[in-house]
Design a protein. Structure first.
Lengths: 272, 194
């Protein structure tokens, strides 16, 4: 198979959609083909440039006037729907629109800490979904790959992450056991996934790049993130990565464990 | 096998709509502006999208991509409007620019945001849409297929072809401006064979 034969696979790989034999074949090829590695990086750079240009373009951005009108219309719509009745909902919708209107992005387009929970909610939901569909019962469409393979193909920082987590206080002190480490994809988002066990409970530590989400390094503290169902999610960011700890432990316990695991992960992400 | 939903039941929490849908208004508006190129109409169509999203929020599957769901609604509304005006949705046209691939490669540092967006605008509409959904909105192929109502294989081929066209358009710009670096071979290395 030639480089030309792999041209579509490069795009598929760039989009995180390549798996199985195709992923293995491309990975092996990339190891020995400078031209294809250069080509992949060129495509990745163009993709990032395009995304940045699109998101920065003032001509594509909604005006505050429109957002205000949209809010008023929605509120009127809400008024005709008993399900949305109530002052709390009214305030909730208004607050959310204010966020969208840009209050969360006042400083150089960077979200304030108190708004990060909203900004992180989508990624947090993916982290919870990955925990549920990979650690608790496997239902992912794509087979996980080793952290070393993922480091070679996607994120070099994944190399050594397992070893770094193994040096964290809760593991060294025997409060929690490291069960497995791999990289997996849930709903198109790729995670480094460290599966841990505390007593009878499964805990996931997940790391995912957020450079393109505009959230890089903006949540210095470990905080409780929006949760879904019975799962608790603690999150933080370190450089261009978001780190999540997901479990069905009580919120405070999950948060405390995340805070104990965070220093080792941060040190790895900062040093790699 | 499909992944389980991760979220609560629809309307289990009174703030479900705000938390799930409203953070994506900016993205949805930008996509609408890109498609329509008319601010008044884009505002109108996004407003209708939000109203429909609110009305049918009980049908949204928690744990799935809310942005993709909203973009699907938006695109349905737009298709209906185009049909009402007796206009056919844009078709993807063949483009022979791929046969004359860039002799000059341009790096992101050499072009401005406007250059990149102008190059994107120069592509046939069907390619623009798929590129924006993949590269800007970062939807999965399956989500793009749902939004655009086309097979996943078509999504893949359009993404590949669209990106090549985009590079060709940027290379044309680079050549016109006298910037960029010459390629050692004609066409992209990966198209040349190993």
């Amino acid at each position: 198979m030639t480089c030309g034969d792999r041209s579509i696979a490069l795009d598929t790989h760039l989009d995180g959609e390549l798996s199985g034999d195709g992923l293995r074949d491309l990975g092996e090829h990339l190891e020995q083909c400078d031209a294809c590695r250069t080509e992949l990086e060129a495509r990745r750079a163009l993709r990032q440039t395009l995304r940045g240009a699109f998101l920065r373009s003032p001509s594509l951005a909604p005006s505050e006037a429109f957002l205000g009108t949209a809010r008023a219309t929605l509120l009127a719509e809400k008024g005709s729907r008993p399900r949305w009745a109530g002052v709390a909902d009214w305030l909730g919708i208004a607050a959310a629109f204010l966020l969208v209107a840009g209050l969360a992005w006042l400083v150089d387009g960077v979200p304030r800490t108190q708004s990060l929970s909203v900004a992180m909610s989508g990624i947090s939901a993916h982290a919870a979904g990955d925990h549920r569909n990979c650690a608790l019962h496997f239902a992912l469409e794509e087979k996980p790959v080793s952290l070393d393979d993922a480091a070679r193909l996607y994120e070099p920082i994944y190399r050594g992450l397992r070893e770094a987590v193994a040096t964290s206080a809760p593991i060294v002190e025997g409060q929690i056991q490291l069960v497995e480490a791999h990289a997996c994809v849930f709903r198109g988002r790729r995670f480094a996934h460290i599966v841990l066990r505390r007593g009878g409970r499964v805990v996931s530590l997940l790391v995912t790049p957020i450079r393109q989400d505009g959230l890089a390094g903006k949540l210095a503290d470990v905080s409780a993130c929006p949760t879904s169902g019975d799962l608790k999610v603690a999150c933080t960011t370190s450089g261009g990565y978001a780190v999540f700890v997901v479990s069905d432990m009580p919120d405070a316990e999950n948060l405390a464990l995340a805070r104990l695991l965070a220093p080792a992960v941060r040190a790895h992400l900062a040093g790699a | 096998m499909s992944a389980d939903d991760t979220g609560p039941e629809p309307h289990a929490a009174p703030t479900g709509f705000e938390a799930t849908i409203l953070p994506h208004v900016d993205s949805v508006f930008r996509f609408a502006m890109w498609l329509i190129r008319d601010r008044t109409e884009a505002e109108d169509i996004v407003q209708e999208t939000l109203t429909q999203a609110l009305q049918s929020f009980h049908r949204f599957q928690p744990g799935t991509n809310a942005r993709a769901w909203m973009l699907t609604i938006l695109r349905h509304i737009r298709s209906n409007r185009l049909r009402a005006r007796h206009r056919r949705p844009e078709v993807v046209e063949a483009d022979d620019r791929l046969d004359a691939l860039p002799a000059v490669e341009v790096t992101p540092q050499q072009v401005t945001d406007e250059d990149v967006l102008s190059a994107l605008k120069a592509l046939p509409p069907g390619f623009q849409e798929v590129i924006v959904l993949a590269d800007v909105e970062e939807l999965s192929y399956k989500e793009i297929a749902t939004v655009l109502e086309i097979p996943i294989g078509t999504v893949m081929s359009r993404i590949h072809r669209g990106r090549r066209l985009l590079r060709a358009a940027l290379a044309e710009y680079a050549a016109a401006q006298g910037i960029g670096r010459s390629r050692p071979v004609r066409g992209m290395p990966s198209e040349e064979g190993a």
